[in-house]
Design a binder for this molecule. Structure first.
Ligand code: F6R
Length: 341
């Protein structure tokens, strides 16, 4: 029952097991999109905000599973990339609303260069859907909370399905993902404890390596817009190139730290911060002495990880916001659909 949740945002976070399973279901549009990708010259993925983070995650996924060099493009910065777009290009236009002005402008400019437009949208019958050569719906259902949550995991699921299909590889197992996301949601208690711990924080650093880096960016965006706490997502390896100077006694740091090939290096970056007094929150399958607070995630692998690990970040942002009394479903200064440049 939807009414058991205090906020649409929390309900939408909790809906994700079903959302992800639905988004992973095969459909003809995904096959068509994969066909276009197989014969494409350059591939771009355009988006803004959370949808841009999905494009960034997709870059790792497409490289890894399909050997495709996908170039993420910030919709508002698309000008720079136009010179590379031609009739051989495929532009994946990612937008929950399908009405974001910057995305529409980028798509119109790309189309004028001859590029094929494949949109990945959530709201049916949107302007973007109408203006695409092909449109794939992510099937997240209506997203009421201004902060994008379930639409992000639905975008990732859809993009991963496309990459796997383009590579002729089997799709992710929807039932398994449903269970993994359910299990990630069961860490709500730890995410809540972490959120309450961050109530009076002024800055939070969220760090990850590889594909976990854009997930860290997404977590930081959620913390900013829901809780109005300054948050920064960072590639873990970048810390010592400047931001480490910000770390002092009690500075909260969230490590997106699953047990894949990034684990050891991210731990050592965490140790560098801890040595300067950081309060370390670790998102990982297993505890580690380094973590002052551990938010467990289930054992997952490869493309499953970004979907699974963003869930505790969403919950963390939600609970920081709740502890601070922020207006969660409708953050100040923001609109659900940004129809002006
Ligand atoms: C963040 C958020 C925004 C949107 C951005 C793009 O939670 O909601 O950053 O992701 O405005 O919106 P769409 O996906 O509708 O193009």
């Amino acid at each position: 029952d939807a009414s058991v949740y205090a906020h649409h945002t929390l309900r939408e976070i909790m809906e994700q097991p079903e959302v992800v399973a639905r988004a992973l279901a095969p459909r003809p549009e995904i096959e068509l999109a994969a066909g276009a990708l197989r014969t494409a010259g350059r591939v771009f993925a355009v988006g803004a905000g959370t949808s841009y983070h999905a494009a960034m995650v997709a870059r790792y996924a497409f490289a890894e599973v399909a050997g495709v060099d996908l170039q993420p493009v910030l919709a508002s910065e698309h000008d720079l990339f136009l010179r590379w777009m031609d009739a051989g290009s495929v532009v994946l236009a990612i937008s929950q609303s399908g009405e974001t002005a910057d995305v529409l402008e980028a798509v119109r400019a790309a189309r004028a260069k001859g590029a094929r437009i494949v949109s990945i949208v959530n709201v049916p019958h949107s302007t973007l859907e109408r203006e695409s050569d092909l449109s794939v719906n992510v099937r997240a259902g209506p997203e009421v909370g201004v902060a994008a949550t379930k639409s992000f995991t639905a975008q990732l699921s859809t993009l991963f399905s496309m990459a796997l299909e383009a590579a002729g590889r089997p799709p992710l197992d929807a039932e398994r993902l449903r269970q993994l996301v359910t299990s990630a949601l069961s860490s709500e208690g730890s995410a809540r404890a972490a959120g309450e711990r961050l109530r009076d924080a002024t800055d939070v650093y969220i760090v990850g390596r590889g594909v976990h880096y854009p997930v860290a960016l997404e977590g930081a965006l959620k913390v900013k817009e829901l809780a109005y706490v300054h948050a920064e997502g960072l590639a873990a390896g970048e810390l010592k190139h400047g931001t480490l100077a910000m770390v002092e006694e009690g500075t909260p740091v969230v490590l997106v730290n699953p047990g894949d090939g990034t684990y050891v290096d991210t731990i050592s970056n965490g140790e560098e911060m801890k040595a300067r007094g950081a309060f370390v929150i670790g998102i990982s399958e297993r505890p580690n002495d380094l973590y002052d607070l551990h938010i467990p995630i289930p054992e997952a692998r490869g493309l499953e990880l970004p979907i699974v690990e963003v869930v505790p970040l969403q919950l963390l942002a939600y609970y920081v916001a709740l502890a601070r009394g922020a207006e969660i479903d409708r953050p100040r200064n923001l609109a659900k659909s940004v129809t002006v440049k």
